[in-house]
Design a protein around this ligand. Sequence first.
Ligand SMILES: NC(=O)C1=CN([C@@H]2O[C@H](COP(=O)(O)OP(=O)(O)OC[C@H]3O[C@@H](n4cnc5c(N)ncnc54)[C@H](OP(=O)(O)O)[C@@H]3O)[C@@H](O)[C@H]2O)C=CC1
Ligand SMILES: Nc1nc(=O)c2c([nH]1)NC[C@@H]1CN(c3ccc(C(=O)N[C@@H](CCC(=O)O)C(=O)O)cc3)C=[N+]21
Length: 369
Amino acid sequence: MASMIFSDCSSSATARLLPLRCHKLHRSCSVLSFCRRVSLPLTSTRPLLPSLSSLQAHVSSTFVSVSVTAKMATESSAIVIDGKSVAKQIREEIAVEIARMREATGIVPGLAVILVGDRKDSATYVRNKKKACDGVGINSFEVNLPGDTTEQEVLNSITKFNEDPSVHGILVQLPLPKHMNEEKILNAVGIEKDVDGFHPLNIGRLAMRGREPLFVPCTPKGCIELLHRYGIQIKGKKAVVIGRSNIVGMPAALLLQREDATVTIVHSRTNNPEDIIRDADIIISAVGQANMVRGSWIKPGAVIIDVGINPVEDPESPRGYRLVGDVCYEEVVKVASAVTPVPGGVGPMTIAMLLSNTLSSAKRMHNFN
Ligand SMILES: NC(=O)C1=CN([C@@H]2O[C@H](COP(=O)(O)OP(=O)(O)OC[C@H]3O[C@@H](n4cnc5c(N)ncnc54)[C@H](OP(=O)(O)O)[C@@H]3O)[C@@H](O)[C@H]2O)C=CC1
Ligand SMILES: Nc1nc(=O)c2c([nH]1)NC[C@@H]1CN(c3ccc(C(=O)N[C@@H](CCC(=O)O)C(=O)O)cc3)C=[N+]21
C-alpha cells in the first residue's frame, strides 16, 4: 500500500449517495437505468451523458437483467457510478453461468492465487478474491510463500498450476518482493490461464488491430464495463488516461482506443497535464496520488473513472486511515457529469472482472458456450 498521507480533500464529504427511484429503460436488456434528478452537467453545452434513447443504443449487450440503482451526490451534478452495485450484479450473472456449466459438464472453474511475502494490503486483496470466488462457485487455490522465497519456488508453483487441469486461471499477486524478476514470473504463466491479462502476448494482442487477446486486464476491463453499463458513449470521445503502468494505465489506453476513443496518455513527465486533462470527455486516472486531480482540471460534463486507491490518515476511521482516489472527489463531483467513488467504484469491478475472466477461461478450455 502506498505510504499514508494527510489530506484535506475528503473523498466522501459531499457524496451522500442517494438511491434513485428509477424507471427501467428496457427491462429485458442489460441496461443500467438511472434517473436524472438534477440537470446534467452544470455548464456543458454538449453533455457527454447521452439521452435516454441513445442510452438504449449504447448499452452493453453482454449481460442480462441489470437493475442497478444509480446514485447521485447531493448538491452536485455528477452521477455517481456505483461500481459496487454493478460488480454485485455481474457476480450474480457469473454465478448463474457457473451453475449452468457445472450442471451441463460437471466442471467448476478454478482460480489459483500466488501470494509472496506478508504485505497486509496484498493479503487483504487475496482474501477478498477468495471470498468473491466462494460467492460465485469458483474453486480457489492459494499458495502463500514467504517474502524471502526464491524466484524458482514461485516458478515451480506456476508450473504446477499450469499443468493442473482443475485450474483455469492463475494470478500472481503484485507487487512481488524486490529481489524477484517480475517479468520472468509473469511470462511463466500459461497464456491460456493468464486471467490477469498481464502476459506480454495478451498485452501485445490487445495493442494490435485485428488481433484478440485471450484475456483483458481486469482493472481496465472493469473501467470500460462501467462506462458501457452506464450507457456512456466512448466512440469519438477525447479520452485521457493518467498513468501508463503495465497493469492499469497502458492497457486502459489501449482498450479506450479499441473502443474508438481518441486517447492521450498523461504521465509523470507530461508538461502542463492540467491543460491536456481539461480537454478530455473521459478521464481514467491511475496514478496513486491522493486527490491529485482537481475540479479546475475538469471540463464541465466530463466522465471520470478514478482507479487510484490511496490511504489517507483518518483518526476517526477504525483502521486509522481511509481510502481515497486520485481525484479530489468533492471538487470534481460539482463539475463532472459522472464519477466513480473510492471506495465502491473501480475496485469491486476489478474483482468481478477476474471472476469473469476465470469463467471465460474454463468455458474456452472445455469448449462450453
Ligand atoms: N481499483 C483497482 O482495482 C486498482 C487500483 N490500483 C491503484 O491505481 C493506482 C495506480 O496503480 P499502478 O498503475 O499500479 O501504479 P504505478 O505506480 O505502477 O503507475 C503510476 C503511473 O502514474 C504516473 N504518475 C505518477 N505521478 C504522476 C503525476 N504527478 N502526474 C501524472 N502521472 C503520474 C506514473 O508515471 P511514470 O510512468 O512517468 O512513472 C505511472 O505511469 C494506485 O493507487 C493503485 O493502488 C491499481 C490496480 C487496481
Ligand atoms: N496480480 C495482480 N492483479 C491485480 O488485479 C492487482 C494486483 N496484482 N495487485 C494489487 C492491485 C490492486 N487491486 C485491487 C483490487 C480490488 C480493490 C478493491 O476492491 N477495493 C475496494 C476497497 C477495499 C478496501 O476497503 O480495502 C474499493 O475500491 O471499493 C482494490 C485494488 C488489484 N490489484
